[in-house]
Design a protein around this ligand. Structure first.
Ligand SMILES: Cc1cc2nc3c(=O)[nH]c(=O)nc-3n(C[C@H](O)[C@H](O)[C@H](O)COP(=O)(O)OP(=O)(O)OC[C@H]3O[C@@H](n4cnc5c(N)ncnc54)[C@H](O)[C@@H]3O)c2cc1C
Length: 479
């Protein structure tokens, strides 16, 4: 065999899988279709020279909390986290904002009559976060070390965000804040388990923050790639894999791809039942994304917005819910829920002196060709009048641009498949080890496996553990 392990795809999960195999002593080679590593964690000068934009992911509470990334010497390889003073601001039409601050107390100060209810929800989660994070970011079939903490979280998380909001919060600020966080799930808010995203990301906001890598998301990927190389791993870029026969011989092959590509690459080797499971795997809505080069910071009406790395623009919980429901029904909302990041306010390396960047996207139906530029910019203007006057240059990406950029984004779905209850448990299929396939040496390691979307590398880590077990390795031997 030429290698112990070959990995296809250098997204956060592909690199994590490669690192875990390499630190167990395996020889590893990673093949990446594009000319740079990183998958959904890359940066580029999308607008003008000197302006660094995050092409996909921008804000990294999951990477900071990742039990796997936390075992790696990424700082040694140049990764530096920047924590904005506040994780998130959610502005309203009256010029006020709900703010997800590092402390629960300061957050509560922005939530009026729901302050007590908010603290009652989040204080126990934050107290237990050290126990909870590794449990939540693990495959569903694992043996929990903290079953009670996990069960208490699970009972809340399994609800729809809508139900959760109605049960716990009565006023606009807490309702809007929770709805905006839960809408990261990219599903209608009356579907289960959308409360999970609200609870997990809210808890992470208080336990570690919502940071960004200094210099852009690419720095995280570069640090992972540098660590893999330091362990002896090889990375070959600019090489799309269209058939497994292209790969050198290996004892294990780990694919950082979604079920649709898994079928294309190796479907004929699978029994009909597994092929059927992969065929019926469901993808979610797409995204329309914009990046701007700006003359000045965004002129938010609410001062608190200037302290936050991330903004959720959509107003009330009801408005956000209506927008997400429209998307699920195949329509582009007139007033979309917009996720926005303003990295250059906290990281001067992102733009020339005195200039700024902004990053934003909204959900749209999968494969939508509708240009959302006007609607996204109108949502920003609504909370920051004069925004358009700050724009020097803009760059847009439709769902199909995303699929062309990275074949894992089927129709622009950035989550690797919808995260409903079925596809939380059976991701991508119902197997004891969802990372294994019916072909002995073939594994799937992308966000289409547990614990699903986000830059945390845990899918890759657990896929590598499954492969190592199959190859007869026990615990890792190198750091
Ligand atoms: C617009 C946008 C915003 C996002 N925002 C955030 C955020 O702020 N925070 C967050 O945590 N997450 C965010 N995400 C989600 C996050 O980027 C993904 O969940 C994560 O990157 C998934 O990692 P992965 O390794 O499974 O796959 P990917 O990152 O998609 O990587 C897959 C890699 O495999 C390569 N590849 C695929 N097929 C082949 C092939 N046949 N041959 C060779 N190479 C191949 C691709 O080129 C790609 O490099 C965002 C995503 C997008 C698109």
């Amino acid at each position: 065999m030429e290698f112990d392990a070959v990995v296809v795809g250098s997204g956060p999960n592909g690199l994590a899988a490669g690192i875990e195999m390499a630190r167990a002593g395996c020889s590893v080679c990673v093949f990446e279709a594009r000319d740079t590593v990183g998958g959904g964690a890359r940066s580029a000068e999308l607008t003008l020279p000197g302006f660094t934009h995050d092409v996909c992911s921008a804000i990294h509470p999951l990477a900071l909390a990742s039990p796997f990334f936390n075992t790696l010497p990424l700082a040694k390889h140049g990764l530096e986290w920047i924590q904005p003073p506040a994780a998130l601001a959610h502005p309203f039409d009256d010029g006020t904002a709900a703010v997800l601050e590092l402390t629960i107390e300061r957050t509560c100060a922005t939530l009026g009559p729901d302050a007590h209810a908010y603290a009652k929800v989040f204080a126990p989660l934050v107290r237990n976060s050290v126990k909870l994070i590794p449990e939540i970011l693990a495959p569903p079939a694992h043996l929990p070390r903290h079953p009670w903490a996990l069960m208490r979280f699970g009972m809340k998380a399994v609800q729809s965000a809508q139900k959760f909001i109605d049960r716990h919060f009565k006023a606009s600020h807490a309702r809007g804040l929770f709805a905006g966080i839960a809408a990261h799930s990219n599903m209608p808010l009356d579907h289960r388990p959308t409360a999970a995203a609200g609870l997990l990301l809210g808890m992470l906001g208080h336990s570690g923050g919502w940071p960004m890598p200094k210099g852009g998301s690419q720095k995280l990927s570069d640090a992972l790639a540098a660590h893999l190389t330091s362990l002896g791993g090889r990375i070959v870029t600019g090489t799309p894999i269209t058939r497994l026969g292209q790969l050198p011989s290996a004892r294990a092959i780990l694919l950082d791809v979604t079920p649709q590509q898994l079928l294309q690459l190796s479907g004929e080797q699978f029994p009909p039942s597994y092929r059927w499971e992969l065929h019926k795997y469901q993808y979610g809505p797409g995204v329309f994304k914009m990046d701007w080069a700006l003359n000045s910071p965004i002129p938010w009406k609410a001062d608190a917005c200037r302290r936050a790395g991330t903004l959720h623009l959509g107003g009330s919980a009801e408005e956000i819910a209506a927008g997400e429901e429209a998307v699920a029904k195949g329509r582009c909302p007139e007033r979309p829920y917009v996720l926005l990041a303003q990295q250059s306010l906290f990281d001067a390396s992102r733009a020339p002196q005195g200039k700024h960047t902004a990053w934003a996207y909204c959900h749209v139906p999968r494969g939508s060709k509708v240009d959302m530029t006007e609607r996204i910019e109108s949502q920003i203007e609504r909370f920051a009048p004069g925004f358009r006057d700050c724009v020097i240059s803009r760059h847009t990406m439709t769902p199909l641009d995303f699929e062309n950029y990275n074949p894992n984004y089927i129709g622009g779905d950035i989550t690797g498949g919808i995260q409903n209850i079925l596809q939380t448990v059976a991701r991508p299929s119902l197997r004891i080890s969802p990372y294994s396939t019916p072909v002995d040496n073939l594994f799937i390691c992308s966000s289409s496996t547990p614990p699903a979307a986000g830059v945390h590398g845990m899918c890759g880590y657990y896929a590598a553990r499954a492969a190592l077990q199959r190859l007869g390795y026990n615990r890792h031997t190198r750091g």
